[in-house]
Write a protein that binds this ligand. Structure first.
Ligand SMILES: *[C@@H]1O[C@H](CO)[C@@H](O)[C@H](O)[C@H]1NC(C)=O
Ligand SMILES: *[C@@H]1O[C@H](CO)[C@@H](O)[C@H](O)[C@H]1NC(C)=O
Ligand SMILES: *[C@@H]1O[C@H](CO)[C@@H](O)[C@H](O)[C@H]1NC(C)=O
Ligand SMILES: *[C@@H]1O[C@H](CO)[C@@H](O)[C@H](O)[C@H]1NC(C)=O
Length: 495
């Protein structure tokens, strides 16, 4: 890494520290402090349009999604190896697998050659004629994971064909650290780290019933964190999928800053977008009467971990306390799980829809005034919030650091609550009091934030540049240093 790359960044940070110290000491500097802190958070300060200065990509402290990479076809095409435990089968996939599919399909469509090393499944993977993707499947290990020895053998075979891989991507521990160590052109994306889970453990233990035993995993969690702190540094580069995880990787996992990159999750903006007519039709179809004053939506797996017992209790209480609530507010519940049937007991204004295909889900979001996710799991960046935001819907969520740090960053986007029935009820009353118009304003702000940060296009562009930057000998091949931003063709905004 050349020295001049760093010097401007270092000077910049020193200036920010100085401003911070100054403003804390000065009692009349509240406004000044808020301005200087806003310009030190990377968003404005390292924005090259404002600073008119190029910088080293790996030193950018905030989400790379903020940058405007060229939307034109890339000049440098990469051969990419992806290690992922499972490839998603239709919509029945968790966040990590969907992330792998959204990202690598987008990269392949931009012309990169993608090789997926994954577990054999008897479901056939859909073919994409417009994307160069090859699948290298191996039987799972006895514990059900990606068989490291077999997958590695296939990787080596493909790597020895004369055109070695430019970059290797591991979704979480898809490629274990024993094999990943010492590979410099490798990045691992983290969708949930043990440190984050501690917050969920605390919450879930507090909510435990008097006869329920404490979860045994709770006592093992700290050693799991320490284990991760020890083995994470074996991966050369890390992608944090939320701002909070980026901070934890740098501070608590002690990974050098230039090896930690934040790229927040994105979802397909062509599928999740505002469409009022679509929303109205969906309301009618599922039986929401025209007189409904407010429609609240819940989606996902309807299980305890996702906070549905809390939500159930909160709704039950507000329905009992406020007759208006039961009469005027409708709750649409999309998804599968044991709490689906319980919700039906609460009354006719709760409509349980079952699991929805992607196109139906897009209509569902459009039918809502607010999307509420009472999750008790702090891990990763929940896709459903992003889908709702892109659809132009206000969101409400539990106060976990990834949610408040990346998604619901202020009351202009939505509502946050503590994982208690009381706090959830307070939010429900606030939502009811604010009403349609206020919610619709928040929905607009949510959408513009999501378009700026959480589209699949932005996510793929950020990964593409990161991969170009860390790929083997980036400067030698075409004499362009892909680690610099902006490059001459970056000026255009991503559309
Ligand atoms: C930005 O940089 C360009 C070229 O380096 C220069 O011509 C221009 O005057 C600069 N603008 C500002 C506002 O400093
Ligand atoms: C897939 O394979 C498993 C065994 O590996 C088998 O139990 C299952 O029935 C198969 N499913 C289908 C749809 O063929
Ligand atoms: C892939 O092949 C290249 C060229 O032979 C080699 O330099 C590189 O180390 C190989 N990668 C891995 C991870 O083995
Ligand atoms: C791999 O990296 C470790 C340090 O992480 C180092 O001790 C070891 O010598 C390296 N091995 C090779 C083959 O480069």
């Amino acid at each position: 890494m050349r020295k001049d790359h760093w010097s401007s960044i270092v000077h910049f940070h020193l200036l920010c520290r100085f401003l911070f110290a100054f403003s804390v000491l000065s009692s009349v500097s509240l406004i000044f402090w808020s301005q200087s802190s806003a310009s030190c958070n990377g968003e404005a300060a390292l924005n090259p349009e404002k600073r008119n200065e190029s910088f080293h990509l790996l030193a950018f402290p905030s989400a790379l999604n903020q940058l405007s990479f060229s939307a034109k076809p890339p000049r440098r095409l990469l051969k990419v190896a992806l290690f992922v435990k499972r490839w998603p089968h239709r919509n029945l996939a968790g966040g990590l697998e969907r992330h792998a599919l959204t990202l690598h399909l987008a990269l392949a469509r931009r012309g990169h050659e993608i090789h997926v090393f994954t577990t054999k499944s008897n479901a056939t993977f859909p073919r994409h004629n417009d994307a160069a993707m090859s699948f290298h499947q191996t039987p799972p290990s006895p514990a059900g994971y990606l068989n490291q020895a077999l997958a590695w053998e296939q990787f080596q075979t493909e790597n020895a064909t004369g055109r070695p891989f430019d970059v290797i991507h591991s979704e979480s521990v898809g490629l274990l650290h024993g094999r990943a160590r010492n590979i410099s052109n490798l990045a691992a994306s983290w969708h949930g780290i043990a440190y984050e889970t501690i917050h969920s453990d605390v919450v879930q233990d507090l909510l435990r019933g008097p006869d329920e035993p404490r979860r045994p995993t709770i006592t093992e969690r700290l050693s799991k964190v320490i284990e991760e702190v020890k083995f994470f540094p074996h991966y050369a580069h890390h992608v944090a999928t939320s701002d909070h995880v980026g901070d934890v990787l740098k501070r608590i996992y002690m990974i050098p800053e230039e090896r930690v990159h934040i790229i927040v999750n994105g979802v397909a903006e062509s599928i999740y977008r505002p469409d009022q007519k679509m929303g109205e039709e969906f309301r009618r179809k599922v039986g929401v009467p025209d007189r409904a004053r407010l429609v609240i939506g819940l989606a996902g797996r309807l299980v305890k971990d996702k906070g549905h017992p809390l939500m159930f209790e909160a709704l039950k209480q507000v329905f009992g306390e406020e007759e208006r609530f039961q009469r005027d507010v409708f709750v649409l519940v999309a998804g599968d799980g044991p709490w689906g049937n319980r919700y039906k007991e609460l009354g006719r204004n709760i409509i349980v829809l079952g699991p929805l295909e992607q196109s139906e889900l897009a209509k569902f979001y459009n039918s809502l005034d607010v999307y509420l996710n009472p999750t008790l799991r702090a891990q990763g960046l929940d896709h459903t919030f992003i889908e709702a935001m892109l659809s132009g819907v206000a969101i409400a969520g539990t106060r976990f650091a990834s949610i408040t740090g990346s998604l619901i960053v202020g009351s202009n986007v939505g509502y946050t609550f503590l994982p208690t029935v009381e706090s959830l009820k307070e939010s429900l009353y606030k939502i009811m009091k604010d009403g349609k118009q206020v919610l619709s304003k928040k929905g607009e702000v949510a959408r513009s934030r999501a378009l700026h940060l959480f589209t699949a296009t932005k996510m793929a562009a950020a990964y593409e540049r990161l991969f170009q930057c860390i790929s083997k000998e980036p400067a030698v091949k075409d004499n362009i240093d892909y680690c610099r931003y902006p490059l001459p063709w970056d000026s255009g905004k991503l559309k």
